[in-house]
Ligand binder design. Structure first.
Ligand SMILES: [Fe+2]
Ligand SMILES: [Fe+2]
Length: 666
């Protein structure tokens, strides 16, 4: 009994270092050659068994003595384990054909490639031992190779001579040929190619064949080579017409199928499959021992039962073999096989359709995260992400980046005079106008409220000013709006980025954001409908943000005024509504914070009066009162006041809102 939990020596210096666990009846075999304390590993294995292979290898050889890993081709069942070896400290080369290396690079291996076709198909170890490589193109990969160890007269054959079987053992016995055929029939492309490779082996003395799948062949070497040389395989199954014995001919063919099924799926699985069937199977002799089905129906019924019981999987596993038998004996291909291609095609089409639908749904979902529901333009999240992306590449753009932010001056008034649906319609028309009057590469986004941005990646500042003014005029003269609208515009150009901020994209984005909004506010202060493209005041400086505070004298007012001043705002305090109205009319502030009950003009009357002047009506207005009642709240709402604070004040909440307005509320 061989202990497979340890490496097994196969020949002088040659070890099997695989795992005894088999996956889906396909065993993977790595081999290790050690000579004078140096080693070469062949086809190290998969993600499933790679760690065990690593442990077994390291039990025989320190990893820094492993010079090379040979990869017969690029499949994951033999390559993936390279990453385990690299992580553990392997620093040697990967030997393979350059066609395999082309694909292998996508595993992300760090090791250097040794391309055997650039080195006369040989590798010489540091101790002088040479090994040879035999090129076996298209068996089954264009860059497949086998390795030959002259001293051991051993062929390490990659996928060739592999087998698929339920009853794996380390050394092949006489039953091995059937599993070998089962593997080659489906994995090798054609008889001609396979035959040529077998012919090329004539000049090598071989006493041992070590395949990557299946078992080590140490007996009847030439019989195994002959079997592959003669066997039909792949897409080009070559039938040699034969006639069936008149009596029991079909049954003898089905016996061959039973043998094949047992090889691939194992005795137990075959026994249970046919337990309740019209076919009694003797799994020891691998034949049908009894059946109630007549000879003429047997060929069809056997496979119909198999498909019904075990599905397409078992039918697929023997499809090449049954197709070959049908051809050889001029029998009709049983129905499960003739419909197999159709079924597979239909299933593939269905899953392709499903995949397309899922991808479409994902795309829509992703889009919805970056789209504004009202205008269908990209939203603020997208704008910031896109801004970051283009700013990171500033030096690559020829003319620089221009960012134009524009705000509808009279949106509040439209919402108030008509309905909010009209405000939404106004924004949709503006979105449409912008999209139709800018080049394709300009990103148009809606940031919030009536605030939009246009981002152009290749425009000088002069060009940007020219285009912005054209847009401003187009907007002012568009007759689709329910009333004419004007926009205040703030333009920023990447020329303005100070050198000390270069490379700090977060700081640059904040500068762009604050500067554009600040300029929109400045434009509004000038009565709206203008473009501001430069500003002397420090961008985003709150001292430029003026608040008129209308409140009765007292501790509350002083505290609020002081806190806002500390936050950097310019605060103008008024004690009554009339005084506030005069001040606001003379010099419109950015925000009004008013107590409801102040002398001369109440907070609500003040608001109502300001609404008569569009430029004053759009200044954000916050109301405060000790007497917050339903009636006053709904009256305030009618006048477009969206924020009404109860007193005593939640001061930090109020200041938080003011910050929000001053940063975004342009
Ligand atoms: Fe393969
Ligand atoms: Fe393989």
């Amino acid at each position: 009994m061989i202990d497979l939990s340890k490496p097994v020596q196969l020949a002088e210096g040659l070890w099997w270092v695989g795992s005894e666990r088999t996956y889906e009846n396909l065993q993977c075999n790595p081999y290790l050659l050690i000579k004078d304390g140096k080693g070469i590993l062949f086809d190290p294995g998969s993600a499933l068994d790679g760690k065990e292979v690593l442990a077994k290898t390291m039990s025989l050889l320190p990893l820094d003595h492993l010079e090379a890993i040979v990869l017969s081709h690029q499949d994951p069942d033999l390559c993936y384990a390279v990453s385990f070896f690299e992580d553990a400290g392997f620093r040697g080369v990967l030997c393979c054909h350059e066609r395999a290396a082309l694909i292998l690079q996508y595993y992300g291996f760090k090791s250097t490639f040794y391309l055997v076709n650039h080195h006369e198909y040989s590798y010489t170890m540091q101790n002088g031992t040479s090994i040879g490589f035999i090129f076996t193109p298209y068996l089954h990969f264009p860059g497949a190779i086998m390795s030959y160890l002259p001293e051991q007269q051993t062929l390490i054959s990659g996928d060739l001579f592999g087998s698929i079987t339920a009853d794996w053992q380390l050394y092949a016995d006489e039953s091995y040929l059937d599993g070998m055929k089962a593997f080659h029939e489906v994995y090798m492309p054609s008889h001609e190619i396979l035959k040529a490779a077998m012919d090329s082996l004539d000049c090598y003395p071989i006493t041992l064949i070590c395949p990557q799948h299946g078992s080590v062949i140490r007996e009847n070497i030439s019989k195994h080579i002959e079997t592959l040389r003669d066997m039909p395989c792949g897409l080009f199954l070559l039938p040699r017409k034969q006639s069936l014995p008149l009596d029991g001919g079909i049954r003898s063919l089905l016996d061959q199928v039973v043998t094949r099924l047992i090889t691939i799926h194992g005795k137990e699985a075959v026994r249970t499959t046919f337990e309740q069937s019209p076919f009694t199977i003797n799994t020891t002799k691998k034949v049908i021992s009894k059946t109630s089905v007549g000879e003429s129906e047997m060929w069809e019924q056997f496979f119909s039962y198999l498909e019904q019981k075990n599905g397409v999987g078992w039918i697929t596993s023997i499809s090449s073999f049954v197709e070959l038998l049908s051809n050889q004996y001029d029998l009709p291909l049983p129905l499960p096989f003739s419909t197999l291609a159709v079924k597979t095609k239909r299933e593939a089409q269905e899953s392709a359709q499903e995949l397309r639908e899922t991808q479409q749904r994902l795309k829509e979902l992703e889009e919805s995260l970056y789209r504004d529901p009202v205008t269908k333009l990209y939203n603020n999240e997208f704008y910031l992400a896109f801004l970051k992306k283009v700013l990171d590449k500033t030096e690559r753009t020829e003319h620089g980046i221009a960012i134009l932010v524009l705000g509808i001056d009279n949106l509040d008034r439209i919402n108030l005079d008509f309905e909010t649906s009209e405000g939404d319609r106004t924004m949709r028309i503006l979105a449409d106008l912008l999209l139709h009057n800018v080049e394709d590469q300009v990103q148009v986004c809606r940031l919030s409220g009536g605030l939009f941005s246009l981002l152009c990646t290749s425009l000088t500042k002069t060009e940007a000013i020219e285009r912005a003014n054209t847009l401003r005029n187009l907007i002012a003269s568009d007759e689709r709006f329910i009333v004419p609208i004007t926009v205040s515009m703030g333009l920023f150009h990447s020329d303005e980025i100070p050198p000390e901020l270069e490379g700090d994209s977060a700081a640059i984005i904040s500068l762009v954001d604050q500067t554009t909004l600040f300029r929109v506010r400045l434009a509004r202060k000038q009565g709206g409908g203008v473009l501001i493209s430069s500003s002397e005041s420090k961008a985003g400086s709150r001292s430029a943000f003026t608040i008129v505070l209308v409140d009765n004298p007292g501790f509350d007012r002083d505290l609020l005024s002081e806190m806002l001043t500390k936050e950097g705002y310019r605060v103008l305090v008024c004690s009554n509504g009339l005084e506030a109205k005069r001040l606001i009319t003379e010099s419109p502030p950015d925000l009004i914070v008013s107590e409801l009950l102040v002398p001369k003009l109440s907070g609500l009357t003040l608001r109502k009066d300001l609404l008569n002047r569009p430029s004053l009506g759009r200044i954000p207005f916050l109301l405060m009162s000790v007497n917050k009642q339903e009636r006053t709240v709904s009256r305030a709402f009618e006048l477009g006041i969206r924020h009404f604070f109860s007193r005593p004040l939640a001061v930090y909440e109020l200041i938080g809102l003011i910050k929000l307005i001053s940063e975004k509320g342009a």
